[in-house]
Design a protein. Structure first.
Length: 85
């Protein structure tokens, strides 16, 4: 259940970020999405380690890791552009 909440919250916050009222609002929503992405990544790793799922979760764990990396890059670049102004 926590995995579903974290994964769907990540997507919802990214949708809100696209409609951000300012760059600060955009960054705030992206940061929340990143936190949720990290949580989803955690739950996927935990499920994989527990062997409680009959499916191979490795592709999902890798995908979650890539999403976290992408969001981290977006946040760093958007934050840097604010500092430079």
């Amino acid at each position: 259940m926590q995995l579903l909440k974290a994964g769907t919250s990540m997507g919802a916050n990214l949708e809100e970020a696209k409609a951000g009222q300012s760059r600060a609002d955009f960054l705030s929503k992206c940061r929340i999405a990143l936190k949720e992405g990290r949580e989803a990544h955690y739950w996927l790793r935990l499920l994989k380690a527990s062997d409680s799922c009959n499916e191979d979760l490795s592709p999902l764990v890798d995908e979650a890791n890539q999403l976290v990396a992408i969001l981290t890059t977006i946040i760093k670049k958007a934050s840097f552009s604010i500092i430079r102004k």
